[in-house]
Design a protein around this ligand. Structure first.
Ligand code: SAM
Length: 214
């Protein structure tokens, strides 16, 4: 699977993808992640990626030309072009799972900034517009990373213990995972539930089933 992320803040992405599971996934060859500075596709001295909005109003809008050129260079027949926007489909685990199962997938993710991106990009150049929740962030980089991380950890061979994927929250009927505890048994008088210390697997399974929340 390949991700190409287009951003004006490459370092934000770089920092995250060189840590944890996402780093390991790249090392294992399960995923390739390329970061692109949108300014690479500008041709003026100031490397402008934004301009004032038609019709007036506050702030700046991301221009279509650099994004168009970037896609011209990066797109392949397998590409699914995604854009981050609070107005898009709210990302759910079911969608992340679906995306993780697309064969030879190539996701291009455009990270918005400023007041957003020229609407003609949304209407003509994009396959999937997504939001990570009902709040406004200053840019799409965190949303892009949410998509990359969510998909990457589901790819075969990425997690050391794939059993952890079996009972995760939002997986079956959107139910939430059971509570987890680790050592010590007692901390500040707060005890681990007795049943988890019993070694009785049937009782433990039963307790966990009950503790899952719909
Ligand atoms: N003016 C826009 C609005 O009210 O819908 C908000 C623009 S926001 C300041 C700048 C960029 O951050 C957006 O274009 C989008 O790419 C990204 N962004 C902000 N909130 C987001 C969210 N909840 N999900 C996904 N992307 C988001």
């Amino acid at each position: 699977m390949i991700f190409d992320i287009i951003t004006i803040f490459p370092h934000i992405i770089e920092e995250y993808i060189t840590q944890g599971i996402v780093r390991i996934a790249q090392e294992k060859g399960a995923v390739e992640i390329n970061i692109h500075d949108l300014r690479k596709w500008t041709d003026d001295a100031h490397k402008s990626v934004d301009d004032t909005p038609y019709g007036g109003g506050p702030g700046m809008v991301m221009k279509i030309e650099p994004i168009y050129k970037a896609l011209e260079e990066l797109k392949t027949p397998n590409s699914i072009v995604c854009i981050t926007t609070p107005k898009g489909e709210q990302l759910k685990q079911s969608k992340v799972k679906e995306f993780s199962q697309v064969k030879d997938a190539h996701y291009i993710i455009i990270c918005g900034r400023y007041e957003g991106v020229d609407q003609r990009v949304h209407e003509n150049l994009v396959d999937f517009e997504f939001s990570i929740g009902e709040y406004i962030l200053s840019g799409g980089e965190l949303a892009a990373l949410v998509l990359v991380d969510g998909i990457t950890r589901l790819l075969p061979g990425v997690l050391g213990n794939e059993k952890s994927l079996e009972s995760e929250s939002f997986d079956n009927n959107e139910e939430l995972d059971y509570p987890q505890y680790t050592k010590p048994e007692v901390f500040n008088k707060w005890k681990v539930p007795e049943v988890l210390l019993s070694g009785h697997h049937e009782n433990i399974d039963e307790w966990r089933r009950k503790k899952k929340v719909n």
